[in-house]
Write a new protein. Structure first.
Length: 358
């Protein structure tokens, strides 16, 4: 290839092959190979052990030197040193890197999903004057309590079976926090959970004979912690204590649905591209502990006397638990369908797969 001038068209044709061998190359030629690959948008990994490999090792995106037989110059120029001089270690390193990236993405997707249902009750209170669906302490208990261990548990998740069969990431497009990830967390899972929380919240008021129109613009004088004006609706009057109890039950319903939905959601986020059942549901003990802790905190914050006073909650009607089951089922079903579509269309590099693959 280097016996005569090699045009850009010749380089395009040569580098288009899946496998290409250059023999008896000099230091300058190795450096040129790296440059030509980089100019065509490739991420170049260069292995070497001698002094003449140092310029190409330095120029490449990932320079890999041999730890046992490599020269000191090559080691200093490289980004990675193979301590056992085994190329198989490179594959293991790539898999570990992909695993770390995968688990970070899963953690972000799971964590961002609860932000929307935390903001929605504040917006509804400001826009429509309905009683707040969450107290400030409830929001803090979610961010610093119920969500903490499940989010951390993704760091202990094992690699998916398909992790080494995927195409390499495009560093210009496939960021850690990508557009599809934000769309999923805020506009899909976040809205699904918010709708479920609002329905559970309204279920409490409906159970007490109150409709949306009855509680609209009522937050200034009604459903407060103390000193509520008497509220009369359809020949039935609600005292100050009645209103406070109903508002606390409604906050509990919102809280149970939000945290309970995330209990389901953590399982849905265990995999990005393969069905969760083929990956294993209960093989990560940290996730199992996190889920049990979430359920325990729901019970403590919503059902234990004394804690209820601090959290501004009351025991709601038991049927509100069906909402978190329904929301969790929808999230699970959506994610399993999404993974199935990604598996089918990803090999074709379809735009559908790109938008569904967060």
């Amino acid at each position: 290839y280097f016996s005569s001038p090699y045009s850009p068209i010749d380089w395009d044709r040569a580098l288009h092959n899946d496998t290409l061998v250059f023999a008896r190359t000099t230091t300058q030629k190795k450096l040129r190979i790296v440059q030509e690959c980089q100019e065509r948008g490739h991420i170049v990994a260069m292995t070497g052990d001698g002094v003449n490999d140092a310029p190409a090792l330095k120029k490449s995106d990932i320079g890999i030197a041999m730890g046992l037989m490599g020269s000191q110059v090559a080691k200093e120029a490289a980004d990675v040193v193979l301590m056992d001089d085994s190329f198989a270690s490179i594959v293991i390193g790539v898999e570990e890197g992909r695993l770390i990236f995968d688990n970070l993405v899963k953690t972000i997707a799971y964590t961002l999903a609860h932000l929307c249902p935390e903001v929605v009750p504040v917006l509804l209170n400001l826009l429509f004057g309905i009683p707040s669906g969450l107290s400030s302490l409830q929001i803090l208990s979610i961010d610093l309590g119920t969500e903490l261990v499940p989010a951390i548990s993704f760091a202990y998740e094992k690699a998916e079976k398909s992790i080494m069969t995927r195409r390499p990431r495009n560093v210009e497009v496939d960021k850690l926090v990508s557009r599809p990830l934000l769309v999923y967390s805020y506009l899909i899972s976040g809205i699904i959970i918010s709708v479920g929380c609002l329905l559970a919240y309204m279920h409490v008021f409906w159970n007490h004979g109150l409709s949306w129109s009855d509680i609209r613009n009522s937050s200034d004088n009604h459903f407060l912690a103390t000193d509520n004006d008497v509220l009369c609706v359809n020949d039935h009057c609600y005292s100050s204590s009645d209103q406070n109890r109903i508002a606390c039950e409604a906050r509990s319903a919102w809280y149970i649905t939000l945290v309970g939905s995330q209990v389901w959601h953590v399982w849905a986020c265990k995999t990005r591209t393969i069905p969760v059942f083929s990956h294993g549901l209960f093989e990560n003990p940290v996730t199992n502990v996190g889920v049990l802790l979430e359920i325990a905190l729901i019970v403590i914050f919503c059902y234990v006397p004394g804690v209820q006073t601090v959290m501004q909650t009351q025991q709601p009607v038991w049927t509100v638990w069906w909402y978190c089951v329904g929301v969790g089922g929808v999230l699970w079903l959506y994610n399993e369908i999404r993974k199935w579509v990604v598996m089918i269309f990803d090999s074709k590099q379809s735009k559908i797969a790109k938008w569904l693959m967060w």
